[in-house]
Design a protein around this ligand. Structure first.
Ligand SMILES: Cc1cc2nc3c(=O)[nH]c(=O)nc-3n(C[C@H](O)[C@H](O)[C@H](O)COP(=O)(O)OP(=O)(O)OC[C@H]3O[C@@H](n4cnc5c(N)ncnc54)[C@H](O)[C@@H]3O)c2cc1C
Length: 299
C-alpha cells in the first residue's frame, strides 16, 4: 500500500457517514431486500446471475443473530417466489460463529433446509475465523449439498486447505482476500498473490471442483480464460464473479464471450463496514471523498 493510499485509509473514519454513503452507493444495492431484488432482476436482463449478501458481521451478542436469520430466510423466499437466478452469500459471524459455534451451526442448518434448491455460499472473513469457518462448512456439507465455501488466495495456508477439503469437492469461490492480515498469515506482495491465485485455481480445477473465479483483475481474468480454453471446460463447469459496481466493462465482455457471470449484491442498513473496505481498496474514489471532506471543511 502506497503512502497516499495509507493516508486515505487512515482518514476515512473521519469522513461523515452521509458523504461515505454518496460514494459507496454504487457498491450497494440499497438498504432493503426489495432494492436488492430490483438490482438482481436488472442484472438478469443483461445476462448476469447474482448472489444476495445481507450486510453485517462480527455481532457482539447472540441475540443479534435473529434479524440476520430473518433476512437470510426472506432473501431465500424472494429467490424462490420471484424465480431469481441467484444464490445467497452469508458470513458466519452474522450467526455468531465467533461467540458460539454450535448456535451458528444450528442457524445455518435452518437456512440450508429453507434454501431447498437455492445455493448458499459461505463468505470467508478475516483469519481469526478461517479455521472455524472451514470446520463449520465440513460439518454442514455432511448433511447438505447446497452449501459452498470461499478461499482467499493471499492466505499462505490456502493451498493446504484445498488439499484438506479435496475429498468433499466443495463449490469454491476463489478470491484474493480483502481483510488486512499480517505477513506471517498472508502474502503482501501483489504479484505473489496473483501467482498464488493461479496456483489455487489450477489445484481446484485439477480436482474437478466448480470454481467461482471472483476477481476484477484483468490479468487473472485473462489467465483464467486461457486455462478454461486449455482444459476445454464447458460453460457450466465454472463461473466468473464480480462485485456490484466494479469493473462493469470487463463484466460485460465476459458475458459477451459466453461465460457465466455472477454479481455479488450487498444490501441492508449495516452497510458502513463493507463500504469502507471497498473504498479503502479504491484510493481514487476514497481520495475523492477525503478531498471533498476538506473542501467542505474549508467552506
Ligand atoms: C464476488 C466476490 C466475492 C468476494 N468474497 C470475498 C470473501 O468472501 N472474502 C474476502 O476476503 N474477499 C472477498 N472478495 C473480495 C476479494 O478478495 C478482493 O478483495 C477484491 O475482489 C479485489 O481483488 P481483485 O481480484 O479484483 O484484484 P485487485 O487487484 O484488487 O483489483 C483489480 C482491478 O479491479 C478494479 N477494482 C477492484 N476493486 C475495486 C473497487 N472497490 N472499486 C473500483 N474498482 C475496483 C480496479 O480497476 C483494480 O485495478 C470477493 C470478491 C468478489 C468479486
Amino acid at each position: 500500500m502506497g503512502l497516499f493510499h495509507r493516508a486515505v485509509v487512515a482518514t476515512l473514519p473521519l469522513v461523515p457517514r452521509a458523504l461515505v454513503w454518496r460514494f459507496a452507493r454504487r457498491y450497494i444495492a440499497g438498504w432493503t431486500l426489495d432494492e436488492a431484488v430490483d438490482e438482481v432482476e436488472r442484472l438478469q436482463t443483461i445476462g448476469a446471475c447474482s448472489t444476495f449478501d445481507v450486510l453485517g458481521e462480527n455481532l457482539e451478542k447472540l441475540e443479534d443473530t435473529a434479524p440476520f436469520l430473518k433476512d437470510a430466510l426472506d432473501a431465500l423466499d424472494a429467490i424462490a417466489s420471484r424465480k431469481l437466478d441467484a444464490s445467497l452469500s452469508v458470513k458466519l459471524t452474522q450467526f455468531g460463529l465467533h461467540l458460539d459455534a454450535g448456535h451458528c451451526l444450528k442457524l445455518m442448518r435452518q437456512i440450508l433446509e429453507h434454501a431447498g434448491e437455492t445455493f448458499v455460499q459461505i463468505d470467508m472473513e478475516d483469519s481469526s475465523v478461517t479455521e472455524a469457518t472451514l470446520q463449520a462448512y465440513r460439518s454442514l456439507a455432511a448433511d447438505f449439498d447446497n452449501v459452498g465455501i470461499v478461499l482467499q488466495a493471499y492466505l499462505r495456508r490456502t493451498p493446504d486447505d484445498i488439499d484438506a477439503y479435496a475429498d468433499l469437492k466443495p463449490v469454491t469461490r476463489l478470491c484474493k482476500g480483502i481483510y488486512l492480515e499480517p505477513p506471517e498469515v498472508a502474502f503482501q506482495d501483489y504479484e505473489k498473490v496473483r501467482a498464488q491465485f493461479l496456483l489455487c485455481l489450477q489445484k481446484l480445477l485439477d480436482n474437478g471442483q466448480y470454481v467461482g473465479i471472483a476477481t476484477h483483475d484483468p490479468y487473472l481474468v485473462e489467465q483464467a480464460e486461457a486455462e478454461i480454453t486449455r482444459r476445454g471446460l464447458a460453460p457450466d463447469a465454472y463461473e466468473f464473479q464480480m462485485l456490484l459496481g466494479v469493473a462493469e466493462p470487463l463484466r460485460a465482455a465476459l458475458i459477451e464471450r459466453g461465460h457465466r457471470l455472477r454479481v455479488y449484491i450487498p444490501y441492508g442498513p449495516d452497510w458502513y463496514a463493507y463500504a469502507t473496505r471497498r473504498l479503502q481498496e479504491n484510493p481514487s474514489i476514497a481520495g475523492h471523498i477525503v478531498s471533498n471532506l476538506f473542501k467542505r471543511r474549508r467552506r
